[in-house]
Write a protein that binds this ligand. Structure first.
Ligand SMILES: [Zn+2]
Length: 323
């Protein structure tokens, strides 16, 4: 139901992978934002609630069995604003096929083509972090002599601490290390990587906001246009309920304490800005606004894609012109 004040249930989306949405779009002011998938799967997600009594987290999600499979989207966002195309993350790439039963896999390039964006149309890619499901699409044929940049003229922007971790000795024993290095090194060699270490506007209306904890340089992205805001939260929240329960997601965070603090700060920011919030692992298209109830608990109000922008559609300018 539109505007509903309850957290989404894994039962809200069709169980059949063939029925999963592969892309969805919404507007924020003059920005056109697309959520597209690089692959979708269902899986048990007890580790999203590590150490928490299942009775506490199953009830608000409308389930009784803690082994209920959740939809997991390996998604990314495309922001079209002020004549520029910015990708926020770039998917898993072909490696997603190793994850087992999934819909799609290495889908990003197909989905981009469907919205009229070719490899040379992308101006920049900002990585929320460099886990393999967020940076895997930087190159094609990774690890072979044929490896080439998937987006040949795009700059890649990433937090300096994130790049340092994945290209330095600390990630050598990380299970994702080899996969990630094979994707980022060709981009570094091409001279296309730029780092930031504090909040930075990386494109008109697109701001990188460092929120470390999930990884050393994890970053959220704020899109602002005509007084409206959207926060693309990266992996700070795998499910909207993590915006309320900041400590329910510790197992996959490199620094759980920092991540819990970052989730709190992000929720505060989203409430202050009355921003649309969404994340790459949520089903397409999961949009909401955060608020507080009478007891001060964070609330989630689902927003329909057509209602994301407060500006009437007739007042908008056209999208990014492309030849
Ligand atoms: Zn992820």
């Amino acid at each position: 139901m539109p505007g509903e004040h309850r957290f989404p249930s894994p039962l809200d989306v069709p169980r059949d992978l063939a029925e999963q949405a592969l892309s969805g779009s919404f507007d924020v002011g003059d920005a056109r934002i697309h959520h597209i998938t690089d692959g979708i799967m269902f899986g048990r997600r007890r580790f999203w609630f590590t150490g928490i009594d299942p009775a506490l987290w199953t009830a608000p999600l409308g389930i009784t069995d803690p082994d209920t499979e959740f939809p997991v989207n390996f998604g990314l966002f495309v922001v079209e604003l002020a004549g520029a195309v910015t990708l926020v993350d770039c998917g898993f790439g072909p490696g997603i096929h190793d994850l087992g039963e999934s819909r799609g896999g290495d889908e990003m390039r197909h989905r981009l083509r469907e919205i009229g964006i070719g490899p040379d149309d992308v101006d920049r890619i900002v990585l929320t972090h460099m886990h393999y499901d967020h940076c895997g699409g930087l190159v094609t044929d990774a690890g072979t002599a044929q490896a080439r940049l998937a987006f040949p003229r795009s700059r890649v922007l990433v937090h300096a601490a994130e790049l340092a971790y994945w290209t330095g000795p600390d990630s050598e024993t990380d299970p994702m290390g080899t996969y990630v290095r094979a994707r980022i090194l060709p981009v570094i060699e091409a001279g296309l990587v730029t780092t930031f270490d504090e909040e930075a506007e990386i494109a008109p209306g697109v701001t990188a906001i460092p929120m470390a904890g999930h990884t050393p340089g994890h970053t959220c992205v704020r899109v602002t246009s005509r007084g409206e805001d959207c926060l693309l939260v990266g992996d700070l929240a795998h499910h909207p309920i993590h915006f309320r329960h900041h400590d329910w997601l510790p197992e996959i965070d490199a620094d759980p304490r920092a991540s819990i603090e970052a989730r709190g700060a992000l929720a505060e920011m989203a409430i202050d800005l009355d921003a649309i919030v969404t994340g790459p692992h949520m089903p397409i298209l999961t949009l909401g606004r955060l608020g507080r109830d009478a007891t001060g608990e964070v609330t989630w109000s689902r927003v329909e894609p057509g209602d994301a922008s407060r500006r009437p559609a007739s007042a908008k300018r056209g999208g990014v012109p492309r030849a």
